[in-house]
Design a protein around this ligand. Sequence first.
Ligand SMILES: CC(C)(COP(=O)(O)OP(=O)(O)OC[C@H]1O[C@@H](n2cnc3c(N)ncnc32)[C@H](O)[C@@H]1OP(=O)(O)O)[C@@H](O)C(=O)NCCC(=O)NCCS
Length: 246
Amino acid sequence: MSRLVVGNDVVDLGQPRTRGRSEDERFVARVYDVDERATIREAADPDLEVWAHWAAKEAGFKVISKLLGAPPAFVHRAFKVTWTEVLSGSPTVGEVVRRGAVTYEDQRAHVTVTLHPGGVHAVGFGAPDALPETVPLHPSVEPLDATARPWSGELEELRQRFTPQELDAVYSRHSAAVRLGARAELAGAMGVDESRLEIVCDPGPTSQRPPRVLLDGSPAPADVSLSHDGRWIAWVLWWDPETETT
Ligand SMILES: CC(C)(COP(=O)(O)OP(=O)(O)OC[C@H]1O[C@@H](n2cnc3c(N)ncnc32)[C@H](O)[C@@H]1OP(=O)(O)O)[C@@H](O)C(=O)NCCC(=O)NCCS
């Protein structure tokens, strides 16, 4: 299977900063291009449209950063969202409400946006060469404050569960929790002991580094994207089911 890279972004719509933003003309003009602004204006729920576009741009940015091998400057307007499918009627929680693409120069990421309780979650993927026909992605959106989950606990306690290389990218309870959630799920899905997996970042500015997955210290046949906002932590996983991991 062709190697895939993934991106994701969660927006907590319970946060006051998310309300009424479709009427914030300066914000809308800075972030969205003329076509995106028209889509937002004409939408049944312009605020939801603002955040669906926003999450798609961020997920697309994360995919395209990996395709390019290094993050480009993130000017939101340069990452153009085009929907190919818009769910009509009143969306229900858990439903995919938008499908489309994010383009930046000659790069492209496929994206879907799902409605969650109190939030939107965009998931994107891309590949350096031709994409396979079916792409088995595994997205999760979870409450940061869930109990009895791999990420439940205080930051100091969570920090004990990382290798030194992983720990270099951990700077908050959100950043610890999302890594523990994604790592535990990936280990279960790949059928490997979690101690064999690491989610690491290359050196760079805090929170601006693409995560990579290592298996026994070497690049794993898998990719992960992390996101956190307000009450939510979110990730998307891809692994190559054809690769032997034993
Ligand atoms: C990527 C970015 C947009 C994420 O912002 P955010 O929505 O606040 O944060 P999210 O929680 O959704 O995502 C953060 C996660 O994305 C991942 N990530 C960060 N940069 C990434 C990149 N370029 N590619 C892929 N993943 C990336 C990290 O895993 C990060 O987790 P961490 O903060 O726990 O380390 C932001 O950190 C960034 O890099 N901004 C670019 C700054 C820039 O280019 N400025 C120039 C403006 S002209």
